[in-house]
Design a protein around this ligand. Sequence first.
Ligand SMILES: Nc1ncnc2c1ncn2[C@@H]1O[C@H](COP(=O)(O)OP(=O)(O)O)[C@@H](O)[C@H]1O
Ligand SMILES: [Mg+2]
Length: 300
Amino acid sequence: MSNLIIENVSHSYGPKKVLNEVNLRVGAGQVVALVGPSGCGKSTLLRAVLGTHPPTEGQVLVGGNQVERPTRDVGIVYQHYSLYEFLTARQNVAFGLLLDQTSTPYRVFQYFSWRKLRKQHLEQADEFLKKVGLHAARDLYPSEMSGGMRQRVAIAQALIMEPRILLLDEPFGALDEATREELQLMLLKLYAENVRAREEDRVPPYTVIIVTHELNEALFVSDRVVGLSQYHNDGANGATIVYDRAAPIFAPDQPKDVTRFVEQKEELISCVFSPSFQKDHRKFITFWAQHEKQPVETKV
Ligand SMILES: Nc1ncnc2c1ncn2[C@@H]1O[C@H](COP(=O)(O)OP(=O)(O)O)[C@@H](O)[C@H]1O
Ligand SMILES: [Mg+2]
């Protein structure tokens, strides 16, 4: 079973068709970079997966269930994600759990067991803050943190809910280059946890779709790159997936070898971003064919 299945999804805003017959399958533990021209419908597709804006046609399945509204199966972090200013980093991260697992009567009438549960949640929050490299900052308020730190807290806040899939919509878009790199390395560490889980025969814990307009970043943080574009033979009807290939993997401690993905970057630019590229787009959708014999899917 795949974590996410997008089946024949089309989306229109009034008479304007934005997405046209999008199909995509994502297995547990995959980190997918989603790229495409500005305005092609990437956020629209994510909103369909999130469940806030179901598609006008087709369906989205997460963990085998059709998505009709937001649930804790899907988490999302946006570019300008705002934390609760009156809560510390660890309280922000624990917030979803507190809200999800306790009701006001429970807090009032079972005060002592609630206090114990709250302590557990805060300890869990500390663990997730460690994962994003912010353990030392756990008692800071958002106003005391840099933009990069805030985004990491937001990611920890989403991860603690253990979503089947985490959506990141240009999460680093507003950050400077050095901070972006820090965050990219953080994502690679999560990826390394997936690899370890697979080696130990466990289901890899993090399945991520990250939208980014920066192609180096897309190729650096993901193990699979998907291109959404209106530039294809049937482009008048909106964007569809025109590219789906594996990306080279770098371990967090490996130096970034930019030359290794220059070729793929050029391929992406012509297939996904070039209006004059009108060849059969299916030619560049090869991910699952390449991975049929690999364990990505069987471990789910
Ligand atoms: N709520 C909306 N109503 C009408 N048009 C919209 C709405 N949201 C997005 N659009 C249009 O749909 C297209 C795709 O938008 P979007 O999904 O945000 O693209 P991307 O995230 O790839 O930049 C754009 O042309 C945008 O103007
Ligand atoms: Mg967008």
